[in-house]
Design a binder for this molecule. Structure first.
Ligand code: HEC
Length: 506
């Protein structure tokens, strides 16, 4: 998470906290207002019920007699009553007080001592003073139509610039009422009127203000604590984030440096590799050149042996034959010696020929590898007196002179090793080919010559392997089933590069 993202999160959290605390406060205040209204209504209701009980008591007695005074003068609305005013035996004057009259007087007392206003009223008042005002008229109409479900009406109203809870409870006509109210045509169960009670809200509001103040203060404190907590936590997290970002940056830098280092090293390695490869190439070229030189030298020596030494020996043989004939008549002993010399010279000629053939073997222009190997087999038989066979696949044709030379030299080397180190009496050479590769195998009996730890053998085997490689092939030297050695060489028909071909051919 980035730094900006964190800021947004913290602001959102603060907003949520504010909404939560504000919501709780609003709900509490609303509940409080409802309760305030409810308690005012209960106060009005209980005042009404008390009035009702007193009135019932008074009505139950058909009104009560009280001393007639200035505060309680005889009720002119009762003037039709025969015993409105009576005199006690001791001479005190008493007057009849009807329930409404009593209620009015009680309400007047209450208003003075409690601020609670009460009024007995009716839509059709006997006493015009009891007439209902607008609100009371509405309330009485509501009760008249709503009974028995609606048993009271209450609401908050303004009167003389003061707020009041106004309450209206019904006064239902009972049996006791009828003795004074029959003329108006009421029957039991009718609404005669009601008692309206007004509870001043000011004192309740004063108490509520205090509550509201303490509630707002308390909630604000909780809100502030929460905000401080969020801000503090936010700052700590921001610090962590900044630290983490810094660490990450450092790590990235380190990583980059490492990457650069790796790239640098890789570059160096590539350079070294290129150098090494070119060195290896140089070396291979050099080795090839060495092989080519040695091949050329051998051919030169072979040609010299054949042309020069062979010619001279032939000349010597002819001369010695002539000498032998001359001596035939003169001395039998000398003639026999000359014949001996002639034979020795002929043997030398044969050996020179086979030597020269060995040195310049594959005369590609006049025959190729198969006749060369046939000749090699024959001379091996003659020279070493061992059993040597050659079995080429029918119509095998090796066009490439470089392959011919290499395969010939590998065969030559294998034969030399078999005779010199393997003490072989039997050597079998086979040459085959398919679409992909030539296969040459030289199987010899006797000992496994690859095991002999001779320096020249080692060199010979290495050169063998090198020749195979130069043709893109390989040499495998293994032990024969009945002892001895099998040298097998495989080289692809398609040569890897023309360069080597021409190199070997030079
Ligand atoms: C002793 C006679 C008497 C009895 C009993 C009596 N009243 Fe009345 N009442 C009066 C007189 C007289 C007035 C009108 C003068 C006044 O305001 O006192 C009046 C007024 C009222 C008023 C006020 C409205 C107006 O018409 O001025 C109501 C409401 C009322 N009576 C209801 C009742 C009910 C309900 C009962 C039965 C529970 C009852 N009274 C029993 C005599 C009586």
């Amino acid at each position: 998470m980035g730094f900006g993202g964190l800021k947004v999160h913290i602001l959102v959290l603060m907003g949520l906290w504010t909404i939560l605390v504000g919501g709780v406060l609003a709900w509490t205040l609303f509940r409080h207002a409802v309760e305030m209204f409810e308690s005012a209504r209960l106060e009005a209701q209980s005042a009404f019920e008390k009035d009702l009980v007193y009135r019932r008591w008074a009505a139950g007695h058909g009104g009560v007699y009280v001393p007639a005074t200035d505060e309680t003068p005889p009720n002119k609305h009762l003037s039709h009553m025969p015993e409105r005013d009576i005199t006690t035996p001791s001479g005190r004057r008493l007057t009849l007080v009807n329930p409404a009259y009593m209620t009015r007087q009680v309400h007047a007392l209450g208003a003075v001592s409690y601020g609670l206003k009460g009024k007995i009223t009716s839509l059709n008042p006997v006493n015009p003073n009891n007439a209902a005002d607008d609100w009371e008229t509405d309330a009485l109409e509501t009760l008249k139509t709503g009974l028995p479900e609606v048993t009271e009406v209450s609401s908050l109203e303004m009167m003389d610039g003061q707020e009041y809870l106004r309450f209206m409870g019904p006064l239902v006509t009972e049996e006791g009422c009828l003795q004074c109210h029959t003329e108006q045509g009421y029957r039991v169960g009718d609404i005669r009127g009601g008692i309206s009670v007004s509870v001043p809200m000011a004192p309740l509001r004063a108490v509520a203000r205090k509550h509201v103040f303490s509630m707002v203060a308390g909630h604000s404190l909780i809100w502030l604590l929460g905000m401080a907590g969020i801000a503090g936590a936010g700052r700590r997290i921001a610090l962590h984030v900044r630290e983490r970002d810094r660490a990450q940056e450092a790590l990235e830098k380190q990583h980059q440096r490492l990457e650069e280092l790796v790239q640098e090293r890789t570059g160096q390695l590539r350079q070294t590799n290129i150098k090494l490869t070119s060195e290896i190439d140089d070396r291979k070229r050099l080795e090839q050149e060495l092989l080519d030189i040695s091949e050329r030298e051998q051919r030169r020596i072979g040609r010299q042996l054949h042309d020069s030494l062979g010619q001279q020996l032939t000349g010597a043989a002819i001369m010695s034959k002539v000498l032998q004939r001359k001596l035939d008549g003169a001395s039998a002993a000398h003639s026999a010696e000359a014949a001996q010399i002639t034979r020795l010279i002929n043997e030398a000629i044969d050996q020179t020929r086979s030597l020269s053939r060995g040195l310049q073997p594959v005369d590609v222009e006049s025959g190729g590898l198969v006749p060369a190997l046939e000749m090699l087999t024959a001379s091996t038989r003659d020279l070493f007196g061992i059993d040597c066979t050659f079995t080429p696949d029918a119509d095998i044709q090796i066009e490439d002179p470089a392959i011919g030379i290499n395969l010939y030299r590998i065969t030559q080397e294998a034969i030399t090793n078999a005779i010199k180190h393997g003490q072989s009496k039997q050597i079998d050479i086979s040459l085959g080919a398919d679409d992909e590769a030539y296969r040459l195998a030289i199987a010899s009996d006797g000992k496994d010559f690859s095991l002999s730890a001779d320096d020249t053998t080692g060199m010979g085997l290495r050169i063998m392997a090198y020749r195979a490689q130069a043709m893109g092939g390989s040499v495998d030297i293994s032990r024969g089933a009945d002892g001895g050695t099998i040298v097998s060489c495989r080289c692809p028909v398609e040569q890897p590069s023309k360069k080597r071909e021409s190199g070997a051919n030079s």
